[in-house]
Design a protein around this ligand. Sequence first.
Ligand code: GDP
Ligand code: MG
Length: 210
Amino acid sequence: MSQRKKVLLKVIILGDSGVGKTSLMNQYVNKKFSTSYKATIGADFLTKELLIDDRTVTLQLWDTAGQERFQSLGVAFYRGADCCVLVYDVTTPKSFDTLDSWRDEFLIQASPRDPESFPFVVLGNKTDVGEERRAVSAKKAGQWCQSNGKQMPYFETSAKDNLNVEQAFEVIARQALAQEESEDFGDGGFGGDVLDVNGMMERENSSCAC
Ligand code: GDP
Ligand code: MG
């Protein structure tokens, strides 16, 4: 019976302003890329339904909507997250250096039950720019992902050329599902996130500003 339940997975996407968080989500969910810079997409999250093995899951991807500069995203933004995606721009070393603070900020705000095992996935974006403009090596990024207790999966992506985007989100969804299931197990199977997805979609559509 539990296999028929629709599962909602909340995924938070963090990283400095301009690294391509909104573009990655837009490429994955809407198959679109725009070069015009927009700090906000006018919605708190985008959703995408997908099949993982034989389970239908709804990924709810939370964007910072341009507020990342103020680091004032609030507890509601982080609450109930099942996976955290950390994005940096391979042409901007500073965006890589700040991954530590984004991870720490997430752990403080979301305060997951077991911080050591909470799933993070790291994306090095804008790889389409070519080797001459790359400023952070894949090796350096890989080392950071290993040095954080549990090994974090790492992908080099391009939201512009749609490189590795589908693959990255597949792993993100799997990590989120595993996390959700481990939490369900912990509270005797009554996970709080199995919900009326249809009702949620209706509400979401009626308030969508895009
Ligand atoms: P956010 O602030 O992290 O949400 O970043 P945006 O998605 O708004 O992207 C910031 C800028 O980088 C925009 O001008 C995008 O067009 C550009 N951008 C995003 N992803 C890529 C990419 O993969 N390659 C290139 N070349 N530019 C990108
Ligand atoms: Mg954005």
